[in-house]
Design a protein around this ligand. Structure first.
Ligand SMILES: CO[C@H](O)c1c[n+]2c([nH]1)[C@H](O)[C@@H](O)[C@H](O)[C@H]2CO
Length: 446
């Protein structure tokens, strides 16, 4: 067996998000978030579950950091709950919220685990949503105020900063299709929300750079490698359109100061015009230090004129799928890494990769062999991408522990740590021991 050894300082981590693990939804002065409101709305979430308690990480963070150290993590990606810091989104600060994150960061540093902070992972202060949320351009300014405060408090303690998690998902699932908070259904509004999210990103990057902090800042984008159903001209064009919409819409403004032309033309054809000030793109394209990508699966697309927006349809792939119904396609990770590095020549972190399986706790163990296989195959593709020239800096498994999977509630388990929600007991799955070995050996058997 050939050993695939990663670069010496390659960062092995896991990822979580505040609303999905913290609980304490209205404790110690925290303000309501859009996800508190959305998950309290009957019918929004599987079995009307919510994140009120989640993994109770707010109270159990010390135990959780100990488990991270037991696995040997080099880094831990987590998000800060904006309304836990600014209950109303801006103005009054909640000192108990600041103290929680200060204690968490110090615990991580004590264990030599690098904190990687996501400033915003979708839990917007409800008070700002009440003023229009991401449809209101002022929210971008409020975000930069929030970010500036967080940088002021933790900027010299934290080496990796991510402004936003997946603006595409927040904008389109939250403002176009109604599947996520705030549950709106307006396609034009989703593009406006997406633009204001990018503006918020750019303002936060400017604040970070003006602060002279010594870490790195970037953004996390969800990406799925795209393949044609056939090699027909029409299907090849469908690939271009899908790639531009789902992968590049939030990347091109940062690196090229404009939205992908192919989509812009479709919007104009559908009478969706936007008067985004050109000066916004100078802010949005403030130079970042890395691109974070979340990769889970690929898309196969075919031309479909009955789809009046993008003119395409998705085709199910032939391979095995995870509990989310997502096709397992590790080569897609290699392909998207090669494509993105070819186009933007910027350091990349895989800020999320992982799989949901119907894990069973039996005799105190969780034998999640399918997840181990999923992780092994994707880690191998990460290695091959580095071998072939990609400046890949790190890999974060989604997720450290089972948690609240948005509209699916607790029905999908992504963790390498099993959470018994009745007792809040944590049990390392076999995949945690697999990952411990990968980290110890800084590599994997081919
Ligand atoms: C296509 O998957 C997306 O890129 C994606 C998958 N995931 C995500 N984004 C989010 O960043 C996480 O909060 C989810 O818990 C996680 C698992 O669903």
């Amino acid at each position: 067996m050939v050993k695939l050894v990663f670069p010496k300082d390659f960062l092995w981590g896991t990822a979580t998000a505040s609303y999905q693990i913290e609980g304490a939804w209205n404790e110690d002065g925290k303000g309501e978030s859009t996800w508190d409101r959305f998950s309290h709305t009957p019918g929004a979430i599987y079995q009307n579950q919510n994140g009120d308690v989640a993994c109770d990480h707010y109270h159990r963070y010390e135990e959780d950091v100990k488990l991270m150290a037991e696995i040997g993590l080099k880094a831990y990606r987590f998000s800060i709950s904006w309304p836990r810091i600014f209950p109303e989104g801006r103005g009054k600060i909640n000192p108990k919220g600041v103290s929680f994150y200060e204690r968490l960061i110090n615990k991580l540093l004590e264990k030599n685990i690098k904190p990687a902070i996501t400033l915003y992972h979708w839990d917007l202060p409800q008070a700002l949503e009440d003023k229009g949320g991401w449809l209101n351009r002022d929210t971008a300014k409020y975000f930069s105020e929030y970010a500036s405060f967080i940088f002021y408090k933790f900027g010299d303690m934290v080496p990796i900063w991510i402004t936003l998690n997946e603006p595409f998902v927040n904008a389109f699932l939250g403002y176009a299709w109604g599947w996520h908070a705030p549950g709106k259904k307006d396609l034009k509004g989703a593009f406006v929300a997406g633009h204001n999210l990018l503006l918020a990103h750019g303002l936060a990057v400017q604040a970070y750079k003006e602060g002279g902090y010594n870490g790195n800042i970037g953004i996390t984008i969800n990406v799925a490698a795209v393949y044609p159903y056939t090699n027909s001209e029409e299907d090849l064009r469908a690939v271009q359109v899908q790639d531009a919409f789902e992968n590049r819409w939030f990347i091109e403004p940062i690196f090229r100061k404009k939205y992908p032309e192919v989509i812009w033309k479709i919007l104009e054809k559908n009478y969706l015009s936007f008067d985004f000030p050109i000066s916004d793109f100078d802010i949005i394209s403030s130079p970042i230090d890395f691109l974070g990508i979340n990769y889970y699966t690929r898309n196969i697309v075919a031309h479909d004129e009955s789809n009046k927006f993008l003119g395409l349809k998705r085709i199910e792939g032939p391979n095995e799928r995870t509990e989310m119904g997502w096709e397992i396609y590790p080569d897609g990770l290699y392909d998207i890494l090669i494509q993105l590095y070819r186009d933007y020549k910027i350091p990349i972190y895989i800020t999320e990769n992982g799989a949901a399986y119907n894990d069973k706790l039996e005799n105190g163990k969780v034998e999640d062999n399918k997840r181990i296989e999923y992780l092994r195959e994707h880690i191998k593709r990460a290695y091959f991408a580095i071998r072939d020239g990609v400046d890949l800096r790190g890999y974060f498994i989604w997720s450290l522990m089972d948690n609240f999977e948005w509209a699916h509630g607790y029905s999908k388990r992504f963790g390498i740590i099993y959470v018994d929600y009745d007792t809040q007991k944590r049990i390392l799955k076999d995949s945690a021991y697999f990952y411990k070995k990968v980290i110890e050996e800084n590599g994997i058997e081919e």
